[in-house]
Design a protein around this ligand. Structure first.
Ligand code: PMP
Length: 417
């Protein structure tokens, strides 16, 4: 007999039988409103018929057309089609399987292209669990403790997490940029700095949107010093924030974009995009892998692009995101236990605080657990687990948002009573 590792914990007691749209059905036939989307992955909803059909059709043709041995049509077509949605100029792609792998590919590219060793990441960022990605991750010590030494050459500057600092957004942003300058002056000289890596909205770190001034400040410093700006859109990409890419909200131009999660509606697929000029500076042999650009995953990604376009899902994410944010704020207005509600599009977080204003991971965990009992699946995030996040699929409608908010209202009333 063998069994799953005891360390792999589930946030809910649900054992899934099947899924459809924003609903998951467990093995007893109970229906759950899924506002986790498999951590922001099932952008087109569970088992969208078009994605299913595309994957099924592809499975009958070729499953594993190993991309450093042969080339296949879904991969070539996807590389071309992503040009429709990528920022202009980022016109070459390298495909792998997970967010972490893509983060590492971006890091390799940045180091090889600049010949510089260091990277600056931002406090609260999450970039993955593999060692290099974990070395750039500070959303919680659990992701980076106990397996030191981590990768050298990583420095950190603050993210403008205004609520955490107890400041307004402008003050937090000024502080973050000032500290970034201090890092460049005192720890990682520009001549040693290959890249800055940033999430447009801190994901695992607590659902904290960046802002235009902060992102422009990063761009400016990167331009001044020949540093590359890597934008990690693993969680914020593919329409989730109500624009195709999270960074579009801030009018900033990235040098490398990292995408995964929503890209293939649940199939393991990720990519980095950069200009041909930059990508060509990576060293021969530095890009490859056994499973990258899997044919079924690429077919699912092509269908995902079609569905996003045909069903106008980016606009839907913006509209339903506003409804969700407004509703979550209305719930928070009734209790001092939720100190802040924030987000962009269909990434909405409610931060719990103790009566003396400290992060309250206990109440947020209780709320997340009670919501699951009442049929609403949610996740927590933040360094203390103090933020409950809502990440429904982009196909969510107003009625489903209202259903979730009504459960959320009851949950919050009960756990704070
Ligand atoms: N970057 C970000 C912003 C993420 O949210 C995640 C996953 N939560 C990753 C990287 C890592 O992706 P994966 O789990 O697929 O390795």
């Amino acid at each position: 007999m063998s069994e799953l590792s005891p360390l792999l914990k589930q946030a809910t007691p649900v054992v899934v039988d099947h899924g459809e749209g924003v609903y998951l059905y467990d093995t007893d036939g109970t229906r759950h409103l899924d506002f986790t989307s498999g951590i922001g992955v099932t952008s087109t909803g569970h088992c969208h018929p078009k994605v299913v059909a595309a994957a099924q059709e592809q499975i009958g043709k070729i499953i594993h057309a190993q991309y450093t041995t042969v080339m296949h049509r879904p991969l070539m077509e996807l590389a071309e089609r992503l040009g429709e949605v990528l920022p202009s100029g980022l016109d070459t792609l390298f495909f792998v399987n997970s967010g972490s792998e893509a983060v590492e590919a971006a890091l390799r590219l940045a180091r090889q292209a600049t010949g510089r060793p260091n990277v600056i990441a931002f406090h609260g960022g999450f970039h993955g669990r593999t060692v290099a990605a974990a070395s750039m991750t500070t959303s919680g010590t659990k992701f980076r403790s106990g397996f030191a030494p981590l990768m050298a050459g990583v420095h950190f500057a603050p993210f403008p997490y205004a609520f955490h600092y107890g400041w307004d957004e402008a003050t937090a942003t000024r502080f973050a940029l000032r500290e970034l300058d201090y890092v460049l002056q005192s720890m990682s000289s520009p001549a040693d700095t290959a890249a800055m890596i940033v999430e447009p909205v801190l994901g695992e770190g607590g659902y904290v949107p960046a802002n235009a001034e902060f992102m422009a400040g990063l761009r400016q410093r990167c331009d001044d010093h020949g540093i590359l700006l890597i934008v990690d859109e693993v969680q914020t990409g593919f329409g989730r924030t109500g624009k195709f890419w999270g960074h579009e909200h801030f009018g900033v131009r990235p040098d490398i974009v990292i995408t995964a999660k929503g890209l293939a509606s649940g199939f393991p697929l990720s990519a980095i995009a950069a200009s041909r000029e930059l990508m060509s500076k990576a060293w021969p042999g530095s890009q490859g892998g056994t499973y990258g650009g899997n044919a079924v995953a690429c077919a699912a990604a092509l269908a995902t692009l079609d569905v996003i376009h045909e069903e106008d899902l980016v606009a839907n994410a913006a509209e339903q995101g506003r409804r969700l944010l407004d509703g979550a704020r209305a719930v928070a207005d009734k209790t001092p236990a939720i100190g802040d509600v924030r987000g962009l599009g269909l990434m909405v977080g409610s931060e719990f605080v103790t009566p003396d204003g400290e992060p309250d991971g206990k109440t947020s965990a209780a709320a997340q657990q009670l919501a699951a009992k009442k049929g609403l699946l949610l996740l927590t995030c933040g360094a203390w687990g103090q933020v409950v996040r809502m990440i429904p699929a982009l196909v969510v409608n107003g009625e489903q948002i209202d259903e979730a908010l009504s459960i959320w209202q009851d949950v919050v009333a009960e756990v704070t009573a």
